[in-house]
Ligand binder design. Structure first.
Ligand code: ZN
Length: 404
């Protein structure tokens, strides 16, 4: 009998894990190649997104609008770009970072960042009209297009993150990561490191000549971010057709580097076959492989979802903010005979799993009282450390308990 119960609990656990996996797979399946392509075309239609061109605020306003239409709260955050390149009035120009937020239900001051720069340049190989024509389809309309598509999926599926999900579209990356430097300098405070859980940066994700049996991407890593890197490796396998090429090469060459320099855990996703149209007038929308780009968009989505919607990575405690919708308090911890927990605002389908330090499932069941006190019998448990996992729809919360 006991074996059967163990088998059933193991089965239940596997089912809840695979339900979660299926949910992400389903959401990834909604990422649409045609929308990605349309997004790139619309960005290219500005003709230029060169940081010094007069239309830069117009581009920023367009991006602000797009994110607002997907239910994000958006601000344009301006900064002065001073480079000394031209030694004219063009030396000092206002630039506009576009900052979109989907506020976290549980921990609104804790953030997960998806980022891509929106500016472009085309001054290589002697092209002279680079002020007026800088299509930057791969670099980096591709990254921006992916994040717009992710925002669409989040909106259409009414996804509510527990941590605040931020989409940063940075300006003047091509002038030395200027937008992201300005941003991290502004948001860093003495305790800020605890608040920014992860950065997922997309820069140049669309060029690939290989066929789908050989889709490789550069998983560009930072020495402080092993857990995030590991997750990217696993999710690439689980949710995409991509094989990672893990490297630290060029990890200083895009916006994640600014955040990493301040200690933020970061990962940077990029195409593996470097586009031959880099920084030229030939970097146009029809040089992009949208099927490949869709796979990288899936990976970015799965990472952002795990970091902001679930509570397994960069775990936030429910007690830290009294204003959120769902609350759980352990009334007895350490536990002697019974574990008593107080719940608030959970749904009637909420489940729990109690498992040991070696991940063995000890008990599982329904939270009988999603709006009140629940008692779970722990008399038959050996003393030690256990983990109590609450699963409500797509939100997961884990608490450590000690049984005496
Ligand atoms: Zn770039």
């Amino acid at each position: 009998m006991k074996e059967i119960i163990n088998l059933l609990t193991a089965l239940f656990f596997l089912m809840s894990v695979s339900a979660q996996e299926n949910k992400v797979k389903n959401l990834c399946g909604q990422i649409n190649q045609d929308s990605l392509r349309q997004n790139v075309i619309e960005l290219q239609e500005f003709s230029t997104r060169y940081a010094y061109s007069p239309n830069r605020k117009q581009v920023a306003e367009y991006l602000k609008n797009r994110l607002e239409n997907y239910g994000f709260e958006v601000v344009l955050d301006s900064f002065l770009l001073q480079t000394g390149w031209y030694l004219t009035e063009a030396d000092t120009l206002w630039q506009y970072n576009v900052i979109g937020e989907k506020q976290g239900l549980w921990a609104k001051d804790t953030t997960v960042h998806l980022m891509a720069h929106y500016d472009s340049r085309s001054d290589m190989e002697g092209f002279e009209d680079y002020f007026n024509f800088a299509p930057g389809a791969d670099d980096n309309a591709s990254g921006v297009a992916a994040l717009l598509e992710i925002a669409r999926i989040i909106n259409e599926n009414n996804i509510s993150p527990i941590k605040t999900l931020v989409i940063d579209f940075f300006a003047a990356e091509e002038q030395g990561l200027r937008g992201s430097w300005d941003r991290i300098e502004k948001i860093s405070t003495p305790i800020w490191q605890e608040d920014i859980k992860a950065v997922i940066n997309l820069d140049m994700i669309g060029y690939c000549q290989s066929d789908s049996t050989d889709y490789i991407f550069d998983l560009i890593t930072y020495h402080n971010s092993d857990e995030l890197t590991q997750m990217a490796r696993e999710f690439a396998e689980q949710y995409t057709m991509l094989t990672p090429n893990e490297t630290t090469e060029n990890n200083y060459a895009s916006d994640s580097y600014s955040f990493y320099s301040y200690g933020v855990k970061s990962v940077f996703l990029m195409e593996h076959e470097f586009t031959p149209h880099y920084h030229t007038e030939r970097d146009v929308y029809n040089t992009i492989n949208y099927h490949y780009m869709r796979e990288l968009t899936k990976l970015a989505f799965a990472l952002a979802y795990e970091c902001s919607v679930n509570n397994n990575y960069g775990v936030v405690s429910l007690e830290q903010d009294e204003s959120f919708a769902k609350q759980v308090v352990l009334l007895t911890n350490p536990v002697k005979d019974n574990l008593r927990i107080s719940c608030r605002n959970f749904s009637s389908t909420t489940q729990y799993v109690l498992y040991s330090q070696s991940s063995q499932i000890i008990k599982q069941g329904r939270i009988e009282n999603p709006n009140g006190v629940n008692t779970i019998d722990c008399k038959d448990l050996k003393s030690g450390i256990y983990f109590f996992r609450i699963i409500d729809e797509n939100q997961v919360l884990i608490k450590k308990i000690i049984v005496l």
